[in-house]
Design a protein around this ligand. Structure first.
Ligand SMILES: *Cc1c(COP(=O)(O)O)cnc(C)c1O
Length: 356
């Protein structure tokens, strides 16, 4: 590749972050969430770094099959379950654990011809109102499933809409406890935020995603600053041109930035077609030649312009970190009005990825 942009995935940080998640929930088993191609890191690149996990959670059958074909023998959980009844034959063949969130799935499980029972995760709607049975419907769904030959081990599962705060946890927990009343069941409730911050939600299996990739579930990197989590993905490039501006000179599309005086600007080989957020405003942090500076003007498809005022030594070929260990992906995301999750997932396929 001649264009200097490259993303790096730090596999030792992946291993380290899994250990951090485990320490946070020492009495629980861990589903490592690798949906969305491992949050944009590439499931095939990262899964071996998670070899110490108890299971993988994801949504695409293709991703589940890939893990089985690579030799992963431990559990795989389909977080949204099967989408059509005919997929049950594949779940059977590859021994996949499925979430069950709707009555039609119970009927499909009742009718399917399977070689052996499948483990299921019965999903409770904790108040988020996406997937799951209302608390008052759970006992009936549980009993129906318990009576099916095709159903093996059963776990009660729920998800939190606002696990960043204690208040966000309480009401959903009450709904979950209402649903579970009288059931002697395994439970899996905790996403990353609950894994880090709400030990009473841990129960039998936790389901961390974003923290495995070293970013913050709240969107604020300060919230994980003392957790020991390490950034996994770095996005790096180089300065490919320099412009010397005079007062009033514009930069980029729409001239959204104008120089207030004489100013040196660097042009970086990275744009929104690489996955850098187009909405990042002037002032979004960037690391150039070992110095923290910021973007100026609009993000183009293939280029970003940055202020070189604090980077006295920088010139063509200087190293640029868009995000990584110096500039947290959460900082860039926050500046652009999004979350680290979205930036990771949006890394474009045209960006070459290096493993370190
Ligand atoms: C994505 C997802 C997770 C992981 O969420 P993070 O915030 O990344 O930890 C856990 N459970 C379910 C059901 C999910 O869809």
């Amino acid at each position: 590749m001649s264009r200097p942009i490259v993303a790096t995935v730090d596999t030792s940080a992946l291993r380290h972050n899994l250990a951090v998640a485990r320490q946070a929930a020492p009495h629980s088993r861990v589903w490592s969430v690798v949906k969305a191609n491992a949050y944009g890191h590439g499931i095939d690149r990262v899964w071996q770094s998670f070899a110490a996990t108890d299971g993988f959670a994801l949504l695409n059958l293709e991703e589940a099959i890939l893990l089985r074909e690579r030799g992963w023998k431990k559990p795989i959980l389909l977080l949204e379950g099967f989408f059509h009844a005919d997929e049950l034959a594949i779940l059977d063949q590859y021994r996949l654990t499925t979430s069950v969130h709707s009555n039609w799935q119970i009927q499909a499980l009742a009718k399917a011809k399977l070689s052996a029972p499948l483990d299921i995760y019965l999903k409770v709607n904790s108040g988020m109102n996406r997937l799951g049975f209302a608390p008052e419907q759970v006992q009936q769904a549980w009993n129906k499933l318990r009576g099916l030959e095709n159903v093996g081990e059963m776990t009660l599962m729920a998800h939190f809409a606002e696990a960043e705060t204690s208040e966000g946890i309480e009401q959903p927990l009450r709904r979950i406890e209402q649903a579970a009343e009288g059931l002697d069941c395994l439970r899996s409730l905790a996403n990353s935020a609950a894994t880090l911050w709400h030990p009473h939600t841990h129960h039998d299996w936790v389901r961390p995603g974003i923290i495995l990739y070293g970013a913050s579930p709240s969107g604020k990197w300060q919230d994980i600053a003392s957790s020991g989590l390490q950034p996994v993905m770095s996005l790096n490039s180089e300065i490919i041109a320099i412009q010397n501006l005079k007062t009033g000179d514009g930069v980029g599309y729409g001239s959204r930035y104008r120089a207030q005086g004489e100013q040196r600007i660097g042009v970086v080989a990275c744009g929104y077609a690489d996955g850098y957020p187009r909405h990042a405003p002037t002032g979004t942090p960037v690391w150039v030649d070992g110095v923290r500076t910021h973007t100026v003007g609009a993000i183009s498809m293939d280029m970003i312009t940055v202020d070189l005022t604090p980077c006295l030594q920088a010139g063509i070929g200087s190293q640029v970190e868009l995000w990584g260990s110096n500039i947290k992906i959460d900082e860039v995301a926050e500046s652009a009005g999004t979350v680290g999750y979205e930036l990771m997932c949006a890394l474009a396929t045209r960006v070459p990825v290096k493993i370190s």
